[in-house]
Design a protein around this ligand. Structure first.
Ligand SMILES: *Cc1c(COP(=O)(O)O)cnc(C)c1O
Length: 463
């Protein structure tokens, strides 16, 4: 790839010319107002048939995408720092994944694994057993979405323990189904008006070093006190946490927090579940973010990045926990669709072959110092945090970064809007909406990252 940012060239690594005609756009390019006229027209059509509850952060309608660039129907090219919320972790339209899916399309599309099974489902379970933390017998079941993985993880933990209560954490996000709405920390917009909600769900205090100043053991002691006093260990089926919180704002727990909780869970017969739906599959520079913290969970949930963009999710857990569910108790019509499982196998192979875990470290080595330099320059950046290709900045009101740390959601919205106008897609997050999160694909080049950082600099300067 050349370092020319504003040109296109044909795909470089194409093994068979007919395999893909995706040209590789090398950089951002804005040729119309954002959104452009064709996007505006599509949006008008959409508003007549799609309810506003399904909102779009930036209503530019996408025509194609490759690596870390998306191109809209008006011909605008954006540097994608969101990857569909960490789904296209390996990059958009990676050829080995497309080929694997296409080959399966020619063989069969569906049989239903719980009627007549097929090998690729088994292979994905083997890969998950190999790459999730912990050297013990594991089982995996495959489903279609992150929320469905959470639902099944909780269901199995309850069966395995015979207990009722579930503890999630402050700032947690687990999905939009009835149970997972109850598990999220933030009500608006995910739960407002959609109740009644599932019961027996609690929120323990988390580890949020920037705001609580607690060490890992201190934060764990606080959480354990809550679990013991407010719920009681003997009624607690599962403790579920994102090792790095996603939607809540990329809080990285203090060292020691997660292993101390796991130790308490193990001692008390509680299933501890890692929701790695956003942080897993190479995103943070290890296969699963739990590894950074020396945490070996009883159960790991995967979804977003696992199949390169096709819908697939997984519950992977200790065999003795997973095996408690009765035959027929687990499943679902589309779970482990064969096109998605073939794509997932290709994703795992690509991570190995292209050493993509190193790519996550490379991205961190550019983004972190770049953002820390912006933090020195702009005092509304209160915190820079995250790991690998999962990095965020938390914005506060000017002059409050060392004291009250007043959340600054307005600045986050303004920066995201400015960046979009300049051809950079960034996502927002945070319980107070005051976090900008960066989830680029591992295929992003150094040049694109540096270019995106310069746009952020301009956006901060323009505030
Ligand atoms: C996205 C997400 C979910 C929900 O996944 P869906 O596929 O949207 O149902 C659950 N947990 C975490 C941490 C997520 O990021």
């Amino acid at each position: 790839m050349t370092d020319t940012l504003l040109e296109t060239s044909s795909a470089s690594s194409s093994s068979s010319p007919e395999a893909t005609d995706v040209t590789v756009p090398l950089g951002r390019k804005i040729v119309t107002a954002i959104p452009g006229p064709k996007s505006v027209a599509l949006h008008e059509r959409r508003l007549k048939v799609v309810p506003p509850g399904v909102a779009s952060a930036l209503p530019v309608y996408i025509e194609k995408a490759h690596d870390a660039i998306v191109i809209d129907v008006d011909g605008n090219q954006f540097i994608d720092l969101g990857a569909g919320i960490g789904v296209t972790t390996i990059g958009h339209t990676q050829e080995p994944v497309i080929e694997a899916a296409k080959a399966q399309l020619d063989r069969f599309l569906h049989t239903l694994f719980t009627i007549t099974p097929y090998e690729s489902y088994v292979r994905v379970a083997e890969l998950l057993a190999e790459h999730t933390p912990g050297d013990f017998a594991k089982r995996s079941m495959l489903v279609n979405s992150g929320a469905e993985a959470v639902e099944n993880g909780i269901k199995i933990a309850r069966k395995a323990t015979g207990r009722r209560a579930i503890a999630a954490f402050e700032h947690a996000y687990h999905g939009r189904t009835n149970l997972t709405m109850a598990m999220n920390y933030k009500a608006a917009p995910y739960a407002t008006g959609f109740g009644p909600f599932a019961g027996d769900v609690y929120h323990a205090p988390s580890s949020y070093p920037y705001r609580d100043g607690l060490s890992g053991p201190e934060a764990a002691a606080r959480a354990i006190n809550y679990l013991e006093k407010h719920i009681g260990a003997t009624d607690l089926a599962a403790v579920i946490i994102e090792p790095i919180q996603g939607e809540g704002g990329f809080q990285v727990p203090a060292d020691g927090f997660l292993p101390a909780l796991q130790e308490w869970c193990t001692a008390n017969g509680v299933v501890m579940i890692a929701d790695e739906i956003q942080s897993g599959i190479g995103r943070t520079g290890s296969y699963f973010a739990s590894e950074h913290f020396g945490w070996v969970p009883d159960m790991v949930l995967s979804a977003k990045g696992i199949a390169g963009g096709l819908p697939l999710a997984a519950v992977t857990g200790r065999a003795e926990i997973m095996d408690t569910a009765q035959p027929g108790g687990l499943g679902g019509t589309f779970g482990g669709n064969p096109v998605a499982t073939e794509a997932a196998i290709a994703v795992f192979e690509l991570i190995e072959k292209n050493e993509l875990l190193k790519s996550a470290a490379r991205i961190e080595s550019i983004l972190k110092p770049g953002l820390l330099a912006l933090k020195d320059k702009y005092d509304i950046i209160g915190d820079v945090r995250g790991k690998g290709a999962m990095i965020a900045i938390e914005l506060v009101e000017a002059g409050t970064g060392d004291s009250t740390k007043v959340p600054n959601a307005a600045a986050v919205s303004a920066i995201a809007a400015y960046a979009a106008q300049k051809g950079v897609l960034v996502l927002t997050a945070g319980t107070w909406g005051n976090v900008l999160r960066f989830l680029p694909s591992l295929a992003i080049s150094d040049e694109l990252l540096l270019d995106a950082l310069s746009v952020l600099d301009d956006a901060l300067a323009a505030l």
